[in-house]
Design a protein around this ligand. Structure first.
Ligand SMILES: [Ca+2]
Ligand SMILES: [Ca+2]
Length: 439
């Protein structure tokens, strides 16, 4: 908080001078005591009051939830969002010329509907809608606004004119996107398990390219875990509706990492060149991919693990307290991702054996308080997911903000999530999760 003295000269002309002291009260006293002082003032933040001029912005309830109009200007020119989908119609009026990188894109369907083979045709329309949700041009007096306007799109066509495709095309598409410079990958598709997904997602994660995946729309039809959302390392996204409730269609099998708006999303229509409403976890996923692009643009050195941590640490908790199967960590919060100092935690070892002492370096937690440590294991077994949460006790946060705890992980699982909950330095409840491997 900056204190100002308001000084008025003999002609009545006001000037404002910053006053610094050890306390705010002392600053105010000094400001009042300066010669010519008409009193003190406290500085307030201000920003342009313009809302974007995109005519359909009022229809985009999702952007209200995500506070897109409040986001600071972020330079997204270095961000390349891979849309592994039905292709992207690059000629839509709400993409900037060259924004959809047809020069880098590809077609992995091979059905002769993309003769140029560059992914820049979209007979189904799904991929164009998804790409527009992430990065349609904001403030161009056309159509809609988006979270990551200014980011580039890498079109990777893996699904045909009916929106159908194979696990092999998707896995190959993930690898292609990594090899062609994607900074984040969005996959708004879901299906049964295949062995091809895990190595492809692992390849992306190792190259620090987060893979954001729709959790799937089978919430009312079996609700079994779907892939690639269930692959370790994938960021699985469930969908909420305008009431902030997880949609009935949204998969809630326990794979969810985070939630985002997905019902009644107004966006680009490849078939007419105009605009259309669509619903699904497909529409929620690109909101998270766009949030990742914003985070990566403002935190260029961040690793894929840190991106996941930042997403879950800033998510707005919803539903039952703490992480849950409906919302994962909560509703994605791009505003907090780019405007707050995201709490981070590093754990001494992410690969733990039978009995391991972990050290939690959590500057975000308040010294002297206790943090609780729990461990959640999900094990994928074909289409069944087994999830188990174990309390591992508490640890006291030292003056340096470090907590140490001996943990005994569940031996039957290969991967899990370690969750640390505590009170942040500013008094708010903070939850940080980290993926661990047992071996
Ligand atoms: Ca627009
Ligand atoms: Ca919750």
């Amino acid at each position: 908080m900056t204190t100002l003295a308001q000084l008025v000269d003999a002609t009545g002309r006001p000037t404002f001078v910053e006053v610094k002291a050890r306390t705010a009260a002392e600053e105010r006293r000094r400001a009042d005591a300066l010669p010519g002082s008409a009193g003190h003032a406290t500085e307030a933040r201000v920003r342009t009051a313009a809302t974007p001029d995109d005519p359909s912005r009022p229809l985009q309830w999702a952007l209200d939830v995500l506070r897109s109009d409040d986001l600071p200007a972020v330079d997204l020119t270095g961000q390349l969002i891979a849309v592994v989908d039905t292709g992207v119609y690059a000629g839509h009026e709400d993409f900037a010329p060259g924004q959809v990188r047809c020069d880098l894109g590809t077609d992995l369907v091979g059905d002769a509907l993309d003769p140029a083979g560059d992914g820049c045709t979209d007979p189904e329309g799904h991929g164009t809608h998804v790409a527009g949700i992430a990065a349609a041009v904001t403030n161009n007096a056309k159509g809609v606004a988006s979270l990551a306007s200014g980011a580039q799109i890498l079109p990777v066509r893996v699904l045909d004119k009916d929106g159908a495709g194979t696990s092999t095309a998707i896995a190959t598409g993930i690898v292609y996107a990594v090899d062609h410079g994607a900074t984040v990958i969005n996959i708004s598709a879901a299906g049964d398990y295949s062995e091809v997904y895990d190595p492809a997602v692992a390849y992306a994660t190792q190259h620090n390219v987060p893979v954001v995946v729709a959790a799937g729309n089978n919430g009312t039809t079996g609700n079994q875990a779907l892939w690639p959302a269930s692959s370790p390392g994938a960021i699985a996204v469930t969908a909420i509706d305008q009431n902030g409730t997880v949609a009935a269609y949204s998969n809630t099998s326990g794979v969810a990492d985070i939630a985002a708006p997905g019902t009644g999303i107004y966006g680009l229509d490849a078939k007419t060149g105009r605009y259309i409403y669509k619903s699904g976890t497909s529409m929620a996923s690109p909101e998270v991919a766009a949030s990742v692009a914003l985070y990566r643009a403002t935190h260029p050195a961040s690793t894929a693990v840190q991106v996941r941590q930042a997403l879950t640490a800033t998510a707005q908790d919803a539903g039952e307290p703490g992480p849950d199967a409906q919302y994962g960590a909560g509703i994605v919060n791009p505003y907090a991702l780019v405007s707050n100092n995201v709490p981070t935690v590093t754990i001494s070892s992410l690969k733990v054996t039978k009995r391991t002492r972990i050290t939690v370096h959590a500057a975000a937690f308040k010294p002297g308080t206790n943090v609780t440590v729990t461990e959640t294991y999900r094990y994928p077994r074909k289409n069944i997911f087994i999830s188990k949460t174990v309390a591992l006790g508490t640890a006291r946060v030292s003056r340096a903000g470090t907590a140490t705890r001996l943990i005994t992980p569940v031996q039957s699982a290969k991967t899990g999530t370690l969750t640390i909950r505590g009170t942040a330095a500013d008094g708010t409840k903070t939850t940080i999760t980290n993926t661990i491997k047992v071996g």
